[in-house]
Design a protein around this ligand. Structure first.
Ligand code: ADP
Ligand code: MG
Ligand code: ZN
Length: 497
């Protein structure tokens, strides 16, 4: 019988370590000029360099180096004054050169930290997660296993390889072991890191599309003992999976340790449906990648002024933005906890920063958009609408161009990929009708259609006007400016002077 996670924590101390991969949002790849857009036709964004054809030579993308330094500096790391790329040799079908250009013992950024907050209200505390390194490497291609039921290689009849992703710049952020940290800290760390990266503008950080993915190492020890043997759960692609996989590993490892069974050092895969992890590749014997300095690239030696310039242009970190949000907009501790719990705090802050009133920004993210995310089984941050787009829609409601109902329809259109808010409004014909000519005709028709109601209003029963306003709203499919309709109804039915 497996003890519950909470029980296990009374006897064992978990230690976690996270390795996070972030695809950078540079326009072109790391060592060639190919485009990096997501979702393009397979093998249309490739060239001899990223296909690893003989005779091709890599040239480093300056923006990728800059983005990596932005990340490192935002994580309080030291930027190396001189470092090199390394070849990591291994065979994999979606890696065309049979080696990956990565960084090994000379990463671009080292030794930093990220503070994360866990618990709410009275139980709130800050955990400092130490960062070991931030390095830059090229992403691999993607294999597609066809003909089976599951999309996995087992049972497939054949496999296809798409090299569009090969060579996209990928930053790996590795933490040191975090002592006494479990599922809650793991999730809080990935959330904070994602918000930080979004604020830096270096990646679109969409976990479902794979632009942010995470491996979580977990081990248990009894208090005072050295670290236990760890397992590494690979490729987690949602915040929820990060949390669930750690909980599962802690419970699984505790049951083995209590039974006197030793933990095997291995990679594991998380199964979304069962919430459990399954054994992958054993890591008992370290694989020999035969690393050596990449001979086709010059070393990196970022000039001190360049580093200083990046440091001075870093945006406000999300934790400070949150504090300012609470202070400037009068959000209570409860509001903040509610937004934090729903994973929308940073989104609300960004929407406010883009010009929306705080109360509206909060209400959109907490209600309509949280509900949309929920229906899609995703995180609000994964929704394909940006805070700036939402702020624009909110602005149009404020200006009377959209009603709340029309605004939801505009948001639906943006979420459905119909373009920017203005394009959705034009495409769906959503602007509010406040033009008196068009409304006047509709008001006349409503009065003509309900003479008894009109008579009551004329006799001073103002409340009866609601039925006429309702009729006009119905006739205009909700696109009329209701306040203006009421004014017109009252003007037309006021006793003649
Ligand atoms: P690998 O090359 O196998 O990925 P690393 O040395 O890069 O190994 O470590 C991977 C991650 O595991 C790092 O985040 C590190 O802090 C963490 N880690 C190392 N030892 C332990 C341990 N005993 N328990 C939990 N995490 C650990
Ligand atoms: Mg690793
Ligand atoms: Zn290319």
């Amino acid at each position: 019988m497996t003890d519950s996670y909470e029980d296990v924590l009374t006897r064992f101390e978990p230690v976690i370590g996270l390795e996070t991969h972030v695809e950078l949002a540079t326009a072109s790849k790391l060592f060639c000029g190919c485009a990096t857009a997501f979702g393009a036709e397979p093998n249309t964004q490739v060239c001899p360099t990223c296909l690893g054809l003989p005779g091709s030579l890599p040239v480093t993308n300056r923006a990728a180096i800059e983005y990596t330094m932005r990340i490192g500096l935002a994580l309080h790391c030291t930027v190396a004054s001189w470092c090199r790329f390394a070849r990591k040799n291994y065979f994999y079908p979606d890696m065309p050169k049979d080696f990956q250009i990565s960084q090994y013992d000379e990463p671009l950024c080292i030794e930093g930290y990220l503070d994360v907050e866990v618990g709410s209200d009275e139980g709130a505390r800050t955990v400092r997660v130490p960062i070991e390194r931030v390095h830059l490497e090229e992403d691999t291609g993607k294999s597609l296993h066809v003909g089976g039921a599951t999309g996995r290689i087992a049972g497939a009849t054949h496999s296809l390889v798409d090299y569009n992703r090969a060579g996209i710049p990928l930053v790996e952020i590795v933490t040191k072991p975090v002592e006494g940290a479990g599922a809650e800290v793991a999730k809080a760390y990935v959330t904070e890191l994602r918000d930080l990266l979004r604020g830096l503008g270096v990646s679109d950080v969409r976990m479902e599309q794979g632009s942010l993915r995470c491996d979580v190492n977990v081990s248990l020890r009894r208090p005072g003992e050295p670290y236990g043997t760890r397992t590494e759960t690979k490729n987690l692609n949602s915040l929820r999976s990060v949390e669930r996989s750690v909980r599962f590993e802690v419970e699984r490892q505790a049951a083995l340790l209590e039974a006197g069974v030793r933990i095997v050092q291995e990679t594991r895969h998380f199964e979304e449906s069962s919430g459990s992890t399954a054994s992958g590749r054993s890591k008992e014997e370290a694989q020999d990648y035969r690393y050596f300095p990449e001979p086709d690239l010059v070393p990196l030696a970022p000039a001190p002024d360049w580093v200083a310039e990046i440091r001075s242009s870093l945006p406000e970190p999300p934790s400070a933005a949150r504090r300012r949000l609470a202070a400037e907009h009068g959000f209570s501790g409860l509001d903040m906890a509610q937004m934090g719990g729903a994973g929308v705090l940073d989104l609300v802050a960004a929407t406010v920063a883009a010009g929306a009133p705080a109360a509206e920004a909060r209400s959109w993210w907490l209600s309509y958009l949280a509900q949309q995310a929920n229906e899609r089984g995703t995180d609000p941050a994964e929704l394909p609408i940006t805070p700036a787009q939402l702020a624009e829609v909110i602005g149009l409601v404020g200006a009377g161009t959209l009603t709340n109902k029309l605004a939801r329809s505009v948001v639906d259109g943006v979420l459905a990929g119909e373009g920017e808010p203005a394009e959705v409004i034009a495409g769906r014909g959503l602007a509010v009708v406040s033009d008196d000519g068009a409304l006047g005709a509709a008001v006349d028709a409503a009065i003509a259609g309900a003479p008894d109601v009109a008579e009551k209003v004329r006799a001073g029963k103002v409340a009866a006007a609601g039925a006429l306003v309702g009729a006009v709203m119905k006739a205009t499919r909700g696109q009329a400016d209701a306040a203006r309709v009421r004014e017109l109804v009252m003007a037309k039915l006021s006793p003649a002077e």
